[in-house]
Design a binder for this molecule. Structure first.
Ligand code: FAD
Ligand code: 2HG
Ligand code: ZN
Length: 468
């Protein structure tokens, strides 16, 4: 190990090989403190060639590597094991926007570029990079790619995998695959780009990417609505599309307990309705598009059909930000209730009401007083069914029940034809659960891919695929 550390220092400079416990601590736990590990060291290379050299040295020494971007992930994917044997490789110094091609509709960025900076670079040339999520001020493009991130505009633009045209990847043995192509069509064999997307750093380290830019959508119309039921939220989707077509960008759901959390954190309630369910709608288009009109007509039809009880429409950018905050601040606000047992599930949108109707009573009978904080991307059939402890139970006792409670949520999701991880990935936290719901054939295929690309098992071991 001493040799490895001195070789790493020679390769990337003393200042970028951290071993002091105080320096390691920000990299050793996730943002919630739900996952903790002990890095052997943290390495901070500044270029693709430095990443490749670090990986070659670690590979030769038989030391495992855990890639880390902004460390905003939800399932412990970027956190090393607790035995002090794994290197954390931070991509934070790969921060260059290499090229913006407004005419071709692409941007080429390094893995450590912050998502909000990609959005800003696109905006500077009157284009849109549409991936949008609550952590956009601190998560990185590499992390977005590795987790195939979703967010609040998936309905219109798809998940991260539909926004990536090409990748540059350092492979587990230190070779570099240069797949930085900007082609819209390329049928020359297996799609390696897509293979690395959503692999959570288990197949290689993404160092750069070519991303798709879309036309800017400066015209935006935003509404906060009160709903009679979850079923109404599902039924509203085709109605909204009837009026907004592809301009419908966001259709998000917030339950009353989730709303109460953000109101308690100081946000203003635009409706003061006693409904149990609320939603955020956004329609967006080019300058001059009739988005306000489309929204108004859609809302009138929805009220007429009994699908919306009441609505507040943003009349200014400040009001729009206020409505968005009611949705985007829920995740952070729930931390005030103590440790959260998180679930990121998806079902066919027409089964969402069934899911909610079954889970509420099942969880209450398993743990009386439990507080489900339910919200999410209803237009994608994706709910964050996040559990907080009964007021009378300590956080530790609550967390001790996590496996039992997650089994209830996941069993019900799978019975309804759903997925136990819609957008956050598996990391270490959900790898075993995912395998339990997959067929042997599917798990075998996944292991075959892993073994083919990383035969030594040194690239983020224990993530996505639980140890045998
Ligand atoms: P990290 O957390 O650092 O890493 C995540 C995974 O990617 C790990 O497995 C890590 O090893 C791997 N990784 C990181 N960089 C690389 C790389 N360059 N090459 C290979 N592997 C790499 N997610 C959604 O999908 N939708 C949301 O709406 C959403 N909202 C969020 C809101 C909040 C407030 C927060 C805190 C998180 C949210 N997330 C959401 C979670 C989301 O997965 C992350 O925010 C983001 O995609 C992860 O990026 P990161 O740079 O922080 O990655
Ligand atoms: C969101 O949609 C994020 O707000 C975070 O995906 C969800 O904290 C969560 O579980
Ligand atoms: Zn989400």
């Amino acid at each position: 190990m001493t040799h490895l550390l001195s070789d790493l220092r020679a390769a990337i400079g003393d200042a970028h090989v951290l071993t002091d416990p105080a320096d390691l601590s920000p990299y050793a736990a996730d943002w919630r403190g739900a996952y903790r590990g002990t890095p052997l060291a943290v390495v901070r290379p500044a270029s693709t060639s430095e990443v490749a050299e670090v990986v070659r040295l670690a590979h030769a020494a038989g030391v495992a590597i855990v890639p880390q971007g902004g460390n905003t992930g939800m399932c412990g994917g970027a956190i090393p094991s607790g035995d002090g044997s794994q290197l954390v490789l931070s991509l934070g110094r790969l921060r260059q926007v290499r090229e913006v091609d407004a005419a071709g509709g692409t941007i080429t960025v390094e893995a450590g570029v912050i998502l909000a900076d990609v959005q800003a670079a696109a905006q500077a040339v009157d284009r849109l990079f549409p991936l949008s999520l609550g952590a956009e001020g601190s998560c990185t493009v590499g992390g977005n790619i590795a987790t195939n991130a979703g967010g609040t505009a998936v309905l219109r633009y798809g998940m991260m995998r539909s926004l990536v045209l090409g990748l540059e990847v350092v492979l587990p043995d230190g070779r570099v695959w240069d797949g930085l192509r900007s082609l819209r069509k390329d049928n020359t064999g297996y799609d390696l780009t897509q293979l690395f997307i959503g692999a959570e750093g288990t197949l290689g380290i993404v160092t750069a990417a070519v991303l798709t830019l879309h036309p800017a959508t400066p015209a935006r119309a935003t509404a906060w609505v009160a709903l009679p039921s979850v079923a109404a939220a599902a039924t509203l989707l085709p109605l909204l599309r009837e009026y907004a077509a592809e301009r419908l960008t966001t259709w998000e759901l917030v339950s009353r307990p989730a709303l109460e959390l953000v109101l308690a954190a100081g946000l203003a309630d635009p409706l003061a309705s006693d409904a149990e369910w609320f939603g955020l709608i956004e329609i967006a288009g080019p300058a001059g598009a009739s988005v306000d009109d489309d929204l108004e007509r859609a809302l009138a039809a929805a009220v007429e059909a009994g699908l919306v009880l009441d609505a507040a429409v943003a009349g200014s950018p400040a009001q729009r930000s206020g409505l968005w905050a009611l949705r985007e601040r829920v995740s952070e606000a729930q931390e005030s209730l103590g440790p959260t047992i998180k679930h990121d599930v998806s079902v066919p949108i027409t089964s969402l009401d069934d899911l909610v109707a079954r889970l509420g009573p099942a969880l209450e009978s398993a743990l009386p007083g439990i507080r489900p904080i339910v919200y999410g991307h209803v237009g994608d059939g994706n709910l964050h069914y996040n559990l907080s402890r009964p007021a009378s139970l300590s956080g530790d006792h609550f967390v001790a029940q996590a496996a039992m409670l997650s089994t209830i949520v996941h069993d019900c999701t799978v019975e309804l034809g759903g997925s136990i991880s819609a957008e956050h990935g598996l990391g270490s936290g959900k790898a075993a659960a995912a395998a339990a719901y997959k067929s042997d054939v599917e798990v075998d295929l996944m292991r075959a891919v892993k073994n083919a690309l990383d035969p030594a098992g040194l690239m983020n071991p224990g993530k996505v695929l639980a140890p045998d």
